[in-house]
Every structure is written in structure tokens, then in C-alpha cells.
Design a protein around this ligand. Structure first.
Ligand code: GLN
Length: 197
């Protein structure tokens, strides 16, 4: 098994460490690679899209030719987890700000996203949230976080905070508004591993 972490910008190292820890705890073997250029996505059984700055990330993914590869992987059923800016990129629909700037999105999940849902009020905070299927709350770290404001019926809502959906899944795509890679609670990475099968 091979898991690719898109390594263009953002919290790459943290995701590599988190998924490696989750693999170890689950007693699973996999190679975790960092993807900086095209030609590697095809060889992966799962992909992680870290947070960072969605405008920059989206543009660089297009320029490097990685965006098309991710879209192809998504429609082939490859599990993809996007966190924070990664969630923004997964969305089919952006908010007014996203539309106005024309920032490129991958558009692989039927969600509407508010790019800075929690950003302006409080740049960064952490809070306990419920997560569908978890026995105890998850300590979620939000950093200029987006929120999901709408989705189609086949999107499973995994967590809500205030007025926004902050975790959701549509088939092989998992979106998180917060940063599970910044805590040592690996339950969400473990959930993602189960999606890989
Ligand atoms: N809201 C930011 C953006 O759209 C994402 C912030 C983050 O990934 N920490 O770029």
C-alpha cells in the first residue's frame, strides 16, 4: 500500500507523521510518500491534501499538473482526505470570495464551502467536537478554518460546530475543516485508513 501526501505547501510533515503513527497503531504496513510533482499520484492507494493556503495550493496544483491527476484518482475511487485548505480545494462550490477571485478548486466533492468560516472571528482555536462513530469528543484545532455550508444528500455529515459542518464524507472523499494532524489523537487518520480498506 502507498499513501501520497500532496507536498506543495502547508502541514505536510505533520500529516506524514500522523498517518505513519496511525499505521503503526493499526499494525499496518504502507509506504508514505510526498508528492511534489506529477507522475506519482497514479501509484498511490490513497491521498492526503494538507492545509495551507488554498489559493496558492490550488494554483500550484494546476501549474504542476497534479490537479488533473487528483481529479482522475477521485473518480477512480481512490480515498482522498482533505484538511482545512485541502477541504476548500475538494469543494465543487465556493463562497463569494472564492468565486470573485476565481481561485481554482478541484471540485471533487458535492459541498459548498465558506473559505474563512471561522477565520475572521478568531484566527485559531481548539475545541472538543463530536464525531460520528467516536465514543468520546475529538479535540479539533481550527486555524483560519473553512466550513461546509451545504451539501448533497449523499454526503455524510460527520461533525458539526456552530452553524457549519466541519467533517463530512462522500464515498471515497473525506473533508475536515480542522487539523487532525496537529494532535496526537490519530482516530481520524485511523478512520481514513479504514476507508482505504
Ligand atoms: N482558510 C484558509 C484558506 O482557504 C485555509 C487555512 C488553513 O489551511 N489552515 O486558504
Amino acid at each position: 500500500m502507498r499513501i501520497g501526501v500532496i507536498a506543495i505547501q502547508g502541514n505536510v510533515e505533520e500529516h506524514v507523521i500522523a498517518i505513519e503513527n496511525a499505521l503503526r497503531r493499526a499494525g499496518l504496513q504502507a509506504e508514505v510518500i510526498k508528492i511534489k510533482h506529477k507522475g506519482l499520484v497514479d501509484s498511490c492507494d490513497a491521498l492526503i491534501l494538507p492545509g495551507g493556503e488554498s489559493t496558492t495550493l490550488g494554483r500550484l496544483l494546476e501549474r504542476e499538473g497534479i490537479a488533473d491527476e487528483i481529479k482522475k484518482a477521485a473518480s477512480a475511487g481512490i480515498p482522498i482526505m482533505g484538511t482545512c485548505a485541502g477541504l476548500v480545494l475538494l469543494a465543487k462550490h465556493g463562497d463569494d470570495q472564492v468565486e470573485k477571485t476565481g481561485q481554482p478548486l478541484l471540485g471533487i466533492m458535492d459541498i459548498h464551502v465558506n473559505r474563512n468560516a471561522f477565520g475572521r472571528q478568531r484566527e485559531s482555536f481548539e475545541t472538543l467536537i463530536g464525531f460520528n462513530g467516536f465514543d468520546t469528543p475529538f479535540n479539533a484545532i481550527f486555524i483560519r478554518a473553512p466550513g461546509i455550508t451545504g451539501c448533497t444528500n449523499d454526503v455524510e455529515i460527520l461533525s458539526k460546530y456552530k452553524d457549519s459542518i466541519v467533517a463530512a464524507r462522500q464515498k471515497n472523499i473525506l473533508a475536515l475543516a480542522f487539523h487532525p494532524e496537529l494532535t496526537d489523537d490519530y482516530r481520524i487518520h485511523h478512520y481514513f485508513l479504514k476507508m482505504i480498506g
